[in-house]
Design a protein around this ligand. Structure first.
Ligand code: SAH
Ligand code: SF4
Length: 350
């Protein structure tokens, strides 16, 4: 028995079963605990009234159910986007976002406190990496919103598009995915989960080998290495050629379509020639392109492409048979849109 308190959300169901077996508990106890945590939204072991008191007490002595405490909450003016700033046990602050769409309740989770990738247009990247999150710290973000939505509604989709680079924290991310999908817990469908990567090649290859239905999104932002080197510095180590090879490998293994994210920055990556080059790069692959007019980030000189330019870029791709949509900035008024998460909630200017 260890003296430190563990996060229960860090354990898969088989891991909890093994632990409770060591405690001489019957096999069904772990599922009872999971039911309380994931289906009923319990935040304390004392609520688990169908467990023997001694077991509740031992669980409470050795585990915690709360990986963080909320330190701020922002609701967008249209009421359809909510951002939570959460303080982890060691004081690090992360942010998570909930977005309501017509048929979906989507949660955008962070996978790291900060990010080491340093993309030029992203607020998260500006502060560097603080640390990886654990699986339970990722799962806990979904659970926090699930509790807010219950009982009227439930989380239907999870996107790994918050702070951090998921494939730089692969093990914890994949463990979180398996916990989120387990039918004894939240039971999220694989197709309702998206992992967005800046393009770490080993991560994409490993993800391909999972042969899962979980969806992959790749943040491209430039059709050539010279420009991508500047916007996405990791491109120097993971350039477009080998990146596309890894994506083809993923497509061959899984048969799944890949989403490409492309933030449109005025005068930087939004010309008709760049749209043509992007179409040529993606030709023949089952893809979908998400065009995101840049969300403004403080201290950056870059601006979003004007509406006409966005439309023209989209038309150029579509004429060449590349399906694409324009993603409108959700939650920009509360700094909750793509690339705006930076956990500066404690600063007075927010
Ligand atoms: N690290 C991962 C996932 C988190 S970022 C990744 O980079 O894919 C989620 C998405 O927001 C990425 O596509 C990222 O490129 C995009 N993004 C970052 N900053 C942005 C900004 N200022 N405007 C629009 N999109 C941005
Ligand atoms: Fe990190 Fe993604 Fe931001 Fe790049 S865009 S700095 S990979 S979070």
């Amino acid at each position: 028995m260890s003296g430190s308190v563990e996060l229960l959300l860090d354990l898969t169901l088989p891991e909890l079963e093994a632990r409770l077996r060591e405690w001489q508990q019957p096999a069904y106890r772990a599922r009872q605990v999971w039911d309380w945590v994931y289906k009923q939204g319990a935040t304390q072991f004392a609520q688990m009234t169908n467990l023997p008191v001694a077991l509740r007490e031992r669980l409470a002595a050795e585990f915690t159910l709360t990986p963080f405490e909320p330190v701020a909450e922002h609701l967008s003016t249209d009421g359809q986007t909510r951002k939570l700033a959460l303080r982890l046990a060691d004081g690090e602050i992360i942010e998570s976002v909930w977005m309501r769409y017509e048929t979906r309740e989507s949660v955008c989770v962070s996978t790291q406190a900060g990010c080491a990738m340093g993309c030029a247009f992203c607020a998260t990247g500006q502060g560097g990496l603080r640390r990886n999150l654990t699986a339970g710290e990722i799962v806990g973000q979904v659970l926090a919103f699930a509790r807010l939505l219950a009982p009227q509604s439930r989380v239907t989709n999870v996107v790994f598009m918050g702070m951090g680079e998921p494939f730089a924290n692969y093990d914890a991310v994949w463990k979180a995915v398996s916990i989120l999908m387990h039918p004894a817990g939240l039971g999220l469908g694989a197709r309702h989960i998206v992992i967005s990567t800046v393009g770490l090649i080993p991560g994409i290859r490993r993800f391909a080998q999972e042969r899962s239905q979980v969806r992959l999104a790749v943040s491209l932002h430039a059709p050539d290495d010279a420009l991508r080197d500047q916007l996405v510095p990791i491109n120097r180590a993971h350039p477009i050629g080998p990146l596309m090879d890894a994506i083809r490998y993923y497509v061959n293994l899984t048969g799944r379509r890949v989403t490409f994210e492309y933030a449109l920055i005025a005068g930087v990556n939004d010309s008709p020639e760049q749209a043509q080059a992007l179409a040529a790069l993606l030709r023949g692959l089952p893809v979908h392109v998400n065009l995101i007019p840049l969300n403004p980030v403080a201290g950056s000189p870059w601006r979003p492409s004007p509406r006409d330019r966005v439309r023209q870029f989209q038309a150029t791709l579509e004429e060449r048979g590349i399906p694409c949509t324009v993603r409108l900035g959700r939650g920009t008024d509360i700094q909750a849109a793509c690339g705006q998460l930076r956990a500066r909630t404690l600063q007075p200017d927010v």
